[in-house]
Write a protein that binds this ligand. Sequence first.
Ligand SMILES: Cc1ncc(C[n+]2csc(CCOP(=O)(O)OP(=O)(O)O)c2C)c(N)n1
Ligand SMILES: [Mg+2]
Length: 201
Amino acid sequence: PLICGAALSHKTLRNGGVAVAFYGDGASNEGSTLESLNLATVWKLPAVFVVEDNGYGEATGASYACAGTQQARAAAFGMPYMECDGSDYFAVHQAAGEAIAHARGGNGPVMLHVHLARWYGHFEGDAMTYRAPDEVAEARRDHDCLKLFRQRVTEAALFEASALDEIDTAVADEIEAAVRKAKSDPLPQSPDLLADVYVRY
Ligand SMILES: Cc1ncc(C[n+]2csc(CCOP(=O)(O)OP(=O)(O)O)c2C)c(N)n1
Ligand SMILES: [Mg+2]
């Protein structure tokens, strides 16, 4: 539902903004998601609904829980539908660009259905007994978007492997530095509880 408010704000202010919501295949069954698809079309909002479809809602396979298709849901609310492979950087870039251009052009909302793998359980410590034992290893081997990106751009000679290695190292260093800082910083105090919760106008 939040996307409708954000998109209505962009539309009212005429600031060219587009609101984008990311939600899972499980969340796509929530009543409020369907209400939002309806409202976004009725109000012709600049909104992109991105369904991150990893095939599981918590521990339940989509085939047990999702009736029909995401495409049929978009069609039911008169909304254009697009889909792409979430492990393909270029496919996502292309589809997202088209979806955003559609919404920004005053044509109303669009649904972008992205197919991707789930790398972990739903929560830390999820034993993932609902998955085949080698499913995650296979996904990491064949559908890792970073591996596929590296393969594509080095084959097309757009990047040297060494340049990508440098980025990997810089990112790892940034993460290490952030963890060190988080561990060495003082603990939050009680007045911090309200930070970023209330906004004064
Ligand atoms: C409004 C609301 N309804 C129900 C839940 C309970 N719930 C937690 S996770 C989940 C399923 C989420 O599935 P999905 O969106 O596919 O995310 P994933 O499990 O793939 O991370 C549900 C129904 C919730 N957190 N909030
Ligand atoms: Mg899911």
